[in-house]
Design a protein around this ligand. Structure first.
Ligand code: LER
Ligand code: MN
Length: 272
């Protein structure tokens, strides 16, 4: 069974970014519970910003799960990527992510690698960067096993990375890790709308590996606020037997509350 989730950002510096709720964990849990979401997805500056005991209580009190946690602050705040030319920075990047894996792991939530994957360029050629990326995913997937959570790799559109932009590229990357790697693919409908030839075919290509979905329209408004064909997309998500989260990573348009409400209404319409 699919489950619904909504993003809560604790990172002021990311204002304007595609996260729905911005008023802290308590207010985020309250809105999520009131609207009937199953879970929240948290974007934080790092483990030190989240009081895990407080989070546990909030999740319990509001009968919510933690769907996933983001790692993007490793780049936004510390300038770290897993494909840096500097070995030291790559190692620091992995250590930062391991602390986030521990934080989410306590709640059964996987950590998402998005912007910390970085870019290839003149200092690090494409082949080498992809090798660093695959090695890091393998190591972090292995690390996440102790918590029984996957490590979640999210390819992004061309303006945010030049490593993997499409599902088939992520599948190829993860296939280099053998078949016991504990890394899943995050399919974000916003990125897919930019990069895929056919979104439904991409879901079929990634059927075995897609473990998380960012549920958002083509323009990053909540589902229903753009032109993604959700009749077809919801049909293929069911066809491939996907049973993870559909997590709203959308801009708070026109307001946080209305974006959350529109998301859950769309979720119920297509998956209820
Ligand atoms: C960034 O565009 C994005 O989609 C995030 O989920 C990355 O972590
Ligand atoms: Mn995303």
């Amino acid at each position: 069974m699919v489950k619904s989730a909504i993003t809560v950002s604790l990172v002021e510096a990311a204002r304007g970014g595609p996260f729905v709720l911005w008023d802290g964990l308590e207010a985020g849990c309250k809105t999520a519970k009131e609207l009937g979401f199953d879970a929240i997805e948290v974007f934080s500056l790092g483990p030190e910003q989240v009081d895990s005991d407080e989070l546990e209580k909030l999740l319990q009190d509001h009968e919510l799960s933690l769907a996933a946690v983001g790692t993007g602050a490793g780049k936004v705040k510390h300038g770290l990527t897993l494909t840096s030319a500097s070995r030291e920075e790559r190692e620091q990047g992995k250590e930062f992510i391991k602390r986030i894996i521990e934080m989410g792991g306590r709640f059964g939530a996987g950590s998402i690698l998005g912007s910390m994957q970085g870019f290839w360029g003149k200092d690090v050629p494409k082949e080498e960067a992809l090798k660093y990326l695959a090695e890091a995913c393998g190591e972090l997937g292995e690390y996440a096993k102790q918590f029984n959570v996957p490590f979640i790799y999210e390819h992004l559109n061309r303006f945010e990375t030049n490593l993997c932009n499409r599902v088939e590229e992520s599948v190829a990357l993860l296939n280099t890790l053998g078949n016991n790697h504990n890394v899943v693919i995050l399919a974000d409908l916003f990125h897919m709308n930019i990069e895929e030839v056919d979104i439904c075919e991409a879901f079929r290509t990634g059927a075995e590996l897609i473990g998380h979905i960012h549920f958002v329209d083509n323009n990053r408004r909540p589902i229903g606020g753009g032109h993604i064909d959700m009749v077809s997309v919801s049909a293929v998500i069911k066809e491939i037997g996907y049973d993870g989260y559909l997590s709203a990573e959308a801009v708070p348009y026109p307001t946080e509350y209305e974006a959350a409400k529109q998301t859950i209404d769309s979720y119920n319409k297509y998956f209820g």
